[in-house]
Design a protein around this ligand. Structure first.
Ligand SMILES: Nc1ncnc2c1ncn2[C@@H]1O[C@H](COP(=O)(O)OP(=O)(O)O)[C@@H](O)[C@H]1O
Ligand SMILES: [Mg+2]
Length: 304
């Protein structure tokens, strides 16, 4: 087996941890594992390694957006998680929101704006959120509140690499929720309580940055709605294997909104999806094994 980790994106460090944990699990399960730090020479490296199956533990640009999936299709290698189309669609927040809305999933309003317009003046009434259209791990996300110092200038900084168009959405107050879907079925709902009030990179990955309340403490109908919406989103985008959908729930207005579907969710034992699986009695190694079996069996991606 080959485990792809690291990669070229801003989520490289997270992926190195996901990859190591999954490779360790696969070795415990008895597989012979090549750990591959995926770079531009991926096709040559895999051609030489000749794995039976590829476990994709990459996150973010290139590894999660259909590019690596295209390389794997071209090489004719079975691989884990979603295929080319679902990966590319889920990574593009604007396009994903259009497809999800058409499928009846509630998504935030707002849309794409030129980053220079966003920096010049408020493009919508605060509070609102500015974020890259195609990134992950809360990189480049800015919350703009009433009485703040004006629109975020970071989007016009010389080191801004996240595209000319940025996603601007009304800020949804309330709880931060996540639902993992495993083979079309939602697992449970986790409420993520951040220490800083914002679920940023440190809150997500830092020691003690957030607390996970699982199952989430929220009204039962909204809990059920989150499960069904995550399943609908997974299906509408054509995802495979495991995904994790991120939500906001405004309990004052009973407004549940799906922010995005992650097609390559974090895969350390304390990551949200493995934690939800464990809650339902599926241990980390069992989850990794199930993900690999999905790569082998009836994927329907391109006849692999
Ligand atoms: N419309 C929104 N309202 C409130 N918070 C938001 C909104 N959009 C994003 N956020 C916050 O920013 C985080 C990252 O946004 P998300 O859309 O999940 O992008 P990514 O995880 O790919 O960086 C979310 O987990 C949430 O805490
Ligand atoms: Mg997210």
């Amino acid at each position: 087996m080959a485990v792809l980790m690291g990669g070229l994106s801003s989520e490289r460090e997270v992926s190195l941890v996901s990859g190591r944990e999954c490779a360790d699990a696969l070795e415990r399960l008895g597989a012979r594992v090549s750990r591959i730090d995926a770079g531009r020479d991926l096709a040559q490296v895999l051609t030489a390694a000749k794995p039976d199956v590829v476990f994709n533990a990459l996150h973010g640009a290139w590894g999660e957006d259909g590019c690596v999936q295209g390389v794997l299709e071209t090489l004719g290698l079975p691989y884990t998680h979603s295929g080319v189309l679902a990966s590319a669609l889920a990574m593009d927040k604007a396009k994903a929101k259009a497809v999800l809305a058409a499928a009846g999933v509630t998504v935030p309003g707002g849309g794409l704006f030129n980053r220079f317009d966003v920096a010049k003046s408020h493009v919508m009434a605060p509070p609102y959120v500015v974020k890259p259209n195609a990134e992950g791990s809360s990189v480049g996300v800015f919350l703009v509140f009433e009485g703040a110092n004006g629109p975020p200038q970071q989007v016009v900084a010389p080191d801004w690499t996240f595209g000319e168009e940025v996603m601007v959405e009304p800020y949804i107050a309330g709880q931060e929720l996540a639902v993992a879907v495993m083979g079309q079925q939602a697992l449970t709902v986790t409420d993520i309580v951040s220490r800083t009030g914002f679920y940023d990179y440190d809150a997500k990955y830092g020691e003690g940055g957030s607390t996970h309340i699982m199952p989430a403490d929220m009204p039962k109908p909204a809990f059920e709605r989150a499960l069904r919406m995550a399943e609908a989103a997974h299906g509408a985008l054509g995802c495979q294997g495991v995904t994790r959908s991120d939500f906001r729930y405004d309990n004052v207005n009973d407004l549940l909104v799906l922010l995005e579907v992650n097609t390559q969710p974090g895969m350390t034992p304390t990551s949200l999806a493995p934690e939800q699986a464990a809650h339902l009695g599926i241990g980390f190694d069992d989850l990794v094994l199930w993900i690999v079996e999905q790569a082998y069996g009836g994927r329907g991606k391109s006849g692999i």
